[in-house]
Design a protein around this ligand. Structure first.
Ligand SMILES: *[C@@H]1O[C@H](CO)[C@@H](O)[C@H](O)[C@H]1NC(C)=O
Ligand SMILES: *[C@@H]1O[C@H](CO)[C@@H](O)[C@H](O)[C@H]1NC(C)=O
Ligand SMILES: *[C@@H]1O[C@H](CO)[C@@H](O)[C@H](O)[C@H]1NC(C)=O
Ligand SMILES: *[C@@H]1O[C@H](CO)[C@@H](O)[C@H](O)[C@H]1NC(C)=O
Length: 426
């Protein structure tokens, strides 16, 4: 239960005080916008004795040029997949994530924001901050012990942040608010996400609450925790006036969303050969799929299907058996071409549930291409239509036919707003 929403009226203040008194004081992690060491980092790939939020920082001492940590929030209008926004908060080197970024702009703390309007206009923007001075871009993350007690992250300088609701112990985080007030980039707005299904861990935890000592490993070097496999979202953003659109742009929709946290103790491109990850809502079904193949040819899969807000099916490779190849087709199979991706889930009763997602809208260029699109699914013989948010990564830009088009050029340099780096021209 969300504490602040539990009671109304006069009892609210007293209730808040009483509830807050039971919360331990938060831990504060501060990461200056500067990488001073590229020594190997320690990554946490299992939950500890005290269960922590899926969003708890997992790299120590911190992400550097040989590692990365990302908190991703994404939303799409279920009735028009053109309307979408994704905001990814990073602590990473300029070459340690899936997207190689200009080293003179990225010091370590940055945000990648991509959006598209109903009419197809949009942009993909790298938000960064200075290392020193008033606009210094430290990241400050506050996190409370016990898994449901909330995590907040502030990317200072950029003026972008996310925060989860505080919950009673034993209740997973139910709401997140993402705020961007990046005046220098002409971007302001709020994304609100409210969960509709339980969280998901790569070790296939189906518990509402993250227990101690569960794997957080989606593949040998990749940690992953999905606080919001499916969410109801409201997006309200303003993109200030600019030459292609003198009156400015407004993005304002309700729809479906997704939020996860991932981290790695090696550079993304060094570990990962191909990666498919996505979520969809089709009628009563909420679906998440993940499949990573490393450079040694080992594939690691995870599948999650919830129905009417309750977990129906989860299946995962035991990725703690590092180096052990996935049993072929045991969890799911993926086929991808330039227009669609088909995911076939191997259900426990031997049947197959299939979803096909359309690459209607490409939001972010290769290599880690981001799509939204209509979704079509077949569950137990019934057909459903819905919408999907998904990403596909292929090592070589030349595999554009399967990645969904290697034709988009990366364009670095001055964007449409002063100081903005436009990565995908639209
Ligand atoms: C990343 O940063 C390093 C160190 O500043 C630099 O040598 C390298 O050229 C940068 N890479 C890109 C793609 O800008
Ligand atoms: C989505 O955007 C494209 C342009 O990229 C446009 O042709 C199409 O009509 C839009 N779809 C909807 C449903 O508005
Ligand atoms: C999410 O939105 C759907 C459709 O609007 C609604 O039926 C459902 O009750 C909402 N769920 C929550 C948890 O707010
Ligand atoms: C954690 O799980 C691993 C693998 O299942 C097991 O070997 C280990 O003993 C467990 N540790 C604790 C503290 O329970």
């Amino acid at each position: 239960m969300k504490v602040a929403a539990a009671f109304a009226g006069l009892s609210l203040a007293a209730t808040l005080l009483a509830s807050r008194a039971t919360y331990p004081s938060p831990h504060t992690f501060t990461y200056p916008n500067e990488i001073t060491s590229n020594a190997a980092v320690r990554a946490q790939f299992a939950s500890l004795a005290i269960a922590q939020s899926p969003d708890w920082p997992r790299l120590s001492p911190r992400a550097n040029s040989n590692s990365f940590e990302e908190w991703r929030f994404a939303a799409v209008n279920a009735h028009n997949p053109n309307e979408t926004i994704t905001i990814s908060f990073f602590i990473a080197g300029n070459e340690s994530t899936s997207t190689t970024l200009p080293g003179d702009v990225v010091k370590s703390n940055f945000v990648l924001l991509s959006y598209r309007l109903a009419n197809g206009d949009g942009d993909s923007v790298l938000l960064s901050a200075a290392t020193t001075g008033e606009e210094a871009g430290a990241v400050v993350i506050t996190a409370q012990d016990r898994c449901s007690h909330g995590v907040a992250g502030e990317w200072k300088g950029i003026r972008a942040s996310f925060a989860s609701s505080l919950e009673d112990e034993g209740t997973p985080t139910s709401e997140f608010t993402v705020q961007v007030e990046a005046a220098g980039y002409g971007i302001s707005g709020t994304l609100s996400l409210k969960t509709t299904t339980p969280p998901f861990l790569p070790g296939c935890s189906t518990d509402n609450v993250f227990k101690p000592n569960q794997t957080l490993r989606a593949s040998p070097h990749l940690g992953w925790a999905v606080a919001l496999p499916d969410a109801n979202v409201t997006a309200n953003f303003m993109f200030a006036s600019s030459s292609p659109s003198p009156s400015g742009r407004v993005l304002d929709f309700t729809g479906i969303g997704y939020h996860d946290h991932s981290w790695s103790d090696v550079p993304f491109q060094q570990h990962i050969h191909t990666k498919y990850i996505g979520s969809a809502r089709l009628g009563p079904y909420s679906v998440v799929w993940h499949s990573t193949t490393d450079h040694e040819g080992n594939t690691y899969n995870s599948a999650y299907i919830a129905k009417n807000g309750k977990v129906l099916h989860v299946k995962c490779d035991s990725s703690d058996n590092v180096g052990q190849r996935s049993e072929l087709n045991a969890v799911l199979t993926i086929e991808s071409d330039s227009l669609h991706t088909t995911v076939r889930f191997a259900m426990d009763d031997g049947s197959v549930s299939t979803i096909v997602v359309e690459k209607s809208n490409q939001n972010w260029p290769a290599l880690y291409t981001q799509y939204t699109g209509n979704a079509y699914g077949s569950f137990g013989g019934m057909q459903y239509k819905g919408a999907s948010l998904f990403n596909e990564y292929h090592t070589l830009a030349g595999t554009g036919t399967t990645a969904g088009g290697g034709s988009v050029e990366k364009i670095f340099g001055e964007g449409i707003f002063p100081g903005m780096q436009t990565i995908l021209s639209s």
